[in-house]
Design a protein around this ligand. Structure first.
Ligand SMILES: Nc1ncnc2c1ncn2[C@@H]1O[C@H](COP(=O)(O)OP(=O)(O)O)[C@@H](O)[C@H]1O
Ligand SMILES: [Mg+2]
Length: 258
């Protein structure tokens, strides 16, 4: 099991990077779980599988709150696990997908959350690769819904705020004692050599390895605007070529780690 978390400020390209990684890595393994952990969820759309998503994990947790009394003597963990397997895991042709959904509403979710944590942990062990499109504050990690990431890929654009968030994520990952092996950086939507140099300097100073520099690509934005999946992006575009290299690099890493 190799867990890859894609993090970064909102709008920097986390979902683009996650979706391309999922598509490329799933060409090399039949055992991949994609996790959309951003409440502002759009990974299913980027992957072109939005119709497959029946329920989010949040929906199942809500159901658990209202159905508790009806369960009677039934084992609650088994009930929740059964519901998750039946309704929240989307089986797409090349990978499975789970959408975490919105954060909990009012009421006490401690019990449901602690069950969920155990079920997710067990579920993740079934897969060779887990790719998580996260939210900037690593909320699922700080709440320990997901308790580990082997590799964290931070995506930044050429804004100060993108870099500041990258720095904060690096610190947060350490604070949370995530048992990660390494943190990487991907610079996205880069339009000038000057911006690229600034990001390279930042990566050096922070001791984060820069995995790739992706240019701004009008056609990528257009694909997104049309609501088309990332598979519609030209395979020969620099964005696709570089992300394919990143995917191969990650495939190599997990072979080495075995
Ligand atoms: N390299 C790029 N070139 C052009 N547009 C991009 C590029 N990367 C991302 N975008 C666009 O920027 C927006 C935000 O990207 P997205 O992946 O949704 O970011 P995040 O998941 O971090 O919020 C989208 O409209 C996307 O199409
Ligand atoms: Mg996103």
């Amino acid at each position: 099991m190799t867990v890859i978390a894609v993090a970064g400020k909102g709008g920097t390209g986390k979902t683009l990077v996650s979706a391309l990684l999922i598509n490329f890595i799933s060409e090399n393994t039949s055992s991949l779980l994609a996790v959309d952990a951003d409440p502002d969820s759009n990974l299913p759309e980027a992957l072109g599988v939005a119709d497959e998503v029946k329920k989010t994990l949040g929906d199942v947790r809500e159901l658990f709150q209202v159905s508790r009394d009806e369960m009677g003597t039934m084992n609650k963990e088994q009930w929740l696990e059964g519901k998750i397997y039946a309704e929240a895991i989307c089986e797409c042709p090349k990978y499975d997908l789970i959408v975490m959904g919105r954060p909990e509403g009012e009421g006490c979710y401690c019990f449901a959350n602690s069950l969920l944590r155990g079920i997710l942990k067990k579920l993740m062990r079934h897969y060779e690769y887990i790719i998580i499109d996260t939210e900037a504050g690593l909320e699922h990690f700080s709440r320990k819904t997901i308790d580990n990431a082997d590799y964290i890929i931070i995506v930044t654009d050429m804004s100060r705020k993108g870099l500041a968030t990258a720095k904060r994520i690096k610190e947060l990952a350490k604070e949370l004692k995530l048992n990660f092996r390494k943190i990487y950086l991907i610079a996205n939507r880069i339009t000038s050599k000057e911006a690229e140099d600034t990001i390279r300097r930042f990566a050096d100073e922070e001791g984060i390895e820069l995995l790739a520099v992706l240019p701004y690509d009008e056609s990528v934005a257009e694909v997104d605007l049309r609501g088309d999946p990332v598979t519609a992006i030209d395979k020969d575009s620099e964005v696709c070529r570089r992300m394919k290299e990143v995917s191969n690099f990650i495939l190599g890493l997990s072979v080495k780690a075995r």
